[in-house]
Each structure stands twice: as structure tokens, then as C-alpha cells.
Design a protein around this ligand. Sequence first.
Ligand code: ADP
Length: 487
Amino acid sequence: MCIQNGELVIISSLNFRKNLRSSLRVRIFYILVLAGILPSLIMGIGILKSYENRAIITRGKDVQNQCNILSKQLTSADYINDQSSELLNEELVQLSNMYDGRILIIKNNFKIIKDTYILDEGKTIISEEVIKCFKGEAPAASYDQNSRYIEVTTPILDINKEFITGVMLTSVSTDSIAVNLEILSRKVIILGIVICISMVLIGMMISSVLVRPIARISKSIESITGGYGGENIDIKDYMETEAISNAFNKLFLRMKVLDDSRQEFVSNVSHELKTPITSIKVLADSLLMQEDTPIELYQEFMQDIVEEIDRENKIISDLLALVKLDKTSADLNIESKDINQLLELILKRLRPIAKKRNIEMVLESYRQVAAEVDEVKLTLAISNLVENAIKYNRENGWVKVSLNADHKYFYIEISDSGIGIPEESIEHIFERFYRVDKSHSREIGGTGLGLSITRNAILMHRGAIKVNSTENEGTTFTVRIPLNYIA
Ligand code: ADP
């Protein structure tokens, strides 16, 4: 396959983008940066807004106070009727200059009698604020957002201070506030940039520190799986990393146990398969080495060789049966079966072997039982148990097979009057290749796999098997299987 340079660039940029999205470190970085930058951004905007509001209110109050003082002087000098006072005119100009604004004096016929800009004198002005002021409503400073001007209306009374005869309309510019606001904004922006850069650096640092234990876990796992590390990982920086370490250690231990048992199984299999071959080789070699071997000896050795071949065959068939049963329960062929009939058939098949040693076989069935089972696998399991009951029995002994059931399970009990199993061996008899007495078992054709096969077949049916035995008296195996198969 030929990948062009362009395609490579696209693939690596896609991977990079995927890493950015899925990396825990990058996510923690984003969260820290957002958590640091957003509040400082909101705070910066809040500071600027509140400074602006405060500055406008203070300026409005200042102007209002100055206007009140001047309006009192205008009232005392009856300025509405006589504007000749040089001093007052000068003060009006000074006040308007001080705030970079304009003062209009309006008579009660809405005529402008004084304009510090000298533009609109003699003209008429009708505005909401002026009308309200004439009506005697509380004077207030108002701020016009568009023109950025503060307007203050102040009443001027007649000489007897009884009526409002005029209104002083003062407009002052807020340009100086805007200039201050701009300077402050610049400082806030610089501070914001400093905060952003520090948050990015802090975010990078903290995110890499926070994910370090996770990186250490994956490094340890990699070195263990690569065969370079120890056998345990122990990273207790966080509760979570401790839990991951413990879970991994458990899994690793389980894998080791499985591996050990696999190795033991392989070595057992090789050993068991080698034994008959070694015997065959010894028998064949001794025949080859002897000259003029008598026909009787030849026949006897050949008979032994055939027995060893049969034995090898039996081990291989048992191993194959075991491997089949190691597969999942999906391989079961579940059907509703008459268990009484199934047991009768098993006993019928095995009766000839029992007869050879004059062993009596009894089937005791307490009720008719139909259950959902895999006929082949259950037959194999029960046949093994009955075969063992015959094999490990004494001459003229007995084997009893009984069948019973309740509303949930059916029970098969296989008892014998045989040699029994020593107490210390009971816990091992279900292990593969385990035999209480190797030579005796070998003599009677045992492979040590029968009970493993039986147990696996019963477990596949979600059943259970129990054993009770007394040496030199006999053994009882009890099998319990659900009447309806539980998938
Ligand atoms: P084997 O092929 O040797 O019979 P099994 O797995 O069937 O292997 O049985 C394991 C061992 O358990 C046997 O070797 C035997 O020692 C013991 N055992 C099994 N069933 C009985 C029994 N009914 N009475 C006495 N010993 C038994």
C-alpha cells in the first residue's frame, strides 16, 4: 500500500486531534485554564462596569451640589429678571468650564435667557426634565448613554423664594471618565493576559502532576507484561490508582495460577503419554535383542504391547473428551430427556464388566424424572462414576444407583461397597491425572481424567457433585442437576 505524504500528514493530524480530545491530561488542563480564566474575565468586566457607574454617580452629585449653590445665588440676585450681574455670569461660565459643559438658564416661559455657549439665547426649549423641574419635582442628575452627557436641572426661585421662576439646565461631559475608564481597561487587559499565561503554565504543570500516577501505572504494567518488571504494582498516590493496582495484581496472580496449572497439565500429559510409549519401546527392544525368541515369549510381549497401545488410546480419548468439555456451555445440546431411561441404559452397558467380578448392580428410582440435559455429556459423566464404582470395588460387591427429584433439581446417587478413598485424597480426586494409587489405577486401566471429565460435564449443566467415602467400606457420589437448564 502506498501512502502519500499528504495522507500521512492528514492521518497524524487526525490522531493528534483525537489525542487532544481523549487525553485526561489535556482535559484537566482545559478545566484548570477555564476555571482560572473565566472568573478573572468576569471580574475584569465587573470592575470596569462598576467603576463607570460609580464615577458617573459621583460626578452627577458633584455637579448637583455646585448647581444648588449657584442657583441660590441666582435666586438671591433675582437673576431671572436681571442678568446684568457680571459676577454671576462669570461664575456660570466658570462652572460650565470646570466640568467641560454648558449651562442654560430657562425662564418659566421656556425661553433661554442665558447660554454659556451664547448660541441658543432667546430660543425656546421644552424638555421633560425642564418641565418636571418647573413642576417642583425633586431635581436629579440623568445620564444620556448615547451623547455620554450628565444633565442636571436645578430650580431658580423668585426673590421671595415662593415660586420657581427659572430652571438651570447643566450638561457636563463624561469624557474624562471615559479616558480614566480606558486607562483602567488597559490595565485590566494586561492583568488578564498575565493571568491567562500563568493559568496556562499552572494548568500544564498541575495536569502533568495529576496524571503522573496513571502514567506510572501503565509504565509498570508495560514493564511487567514485557517481562522487565517485578510481579506487583503498588501505586498508592490516589484511591483510584490503588484500586487499579490491586485489581491488576489480582488479575496477574490469577493469570499466573492459570499459567502454572497449564504448565502442570502439559507436563502431566507429556508424562502420561510417554509412559506407554516407553513400555512399548522396552518390550520391542528386548524382543529385537534376543535371538531365537520363543514364540510364547514373543506372543506374551506382543500382548503387553497391545495393552500399552490400548492404554495410550484411552488417555488420548479421555484428553479429547476433557478438551471438548473445557469449551463454553454454548456447545451443549440441551434436550428434555427421560433420566430413568438414561440410567437404565448406562447400567445395561456396564453390567457385563460388573458381572466379571460378580458385582451386583441395582437401580433404585423414586420417581419418573424428565429433565433438560445434554444426553451425551451427562451419560459420559454418570458412566464414569458407575465405572469407578465397579473398578474400585471388591469381588462380589455391590453398586447402587438411585434417582430422586424435587421441584427444582434431580439427584443421582452412586454408592459402592468398594475400597473407599483415603480422607487426605478426597479433595484431590477431581484434579486432572490424580489417582489415589497410581499402580492399582494403571492396572485397571485408569487415566486419572475420569472424574475431571465428570465434574466439568456436571458444572456445564449448572449442577454440583459431592463425595462421601470411608476407606475399606465404600464411596458415595451425589450429583445434583437443575431440572430446567439455566443458560
Ligand atoms: P481413574 O481413571 O484413575 O479412575 P478418575 O479421575 O476416575 O481416574 O478417579 C481418580 C481417582 O479417584 C482414582 O484413581 C481412584 O483412586 C479414586 N476413585 C474414584 N472413584 C472411586 C471409587 N468409587 N472408589 C474408590 N476410589 C475411587
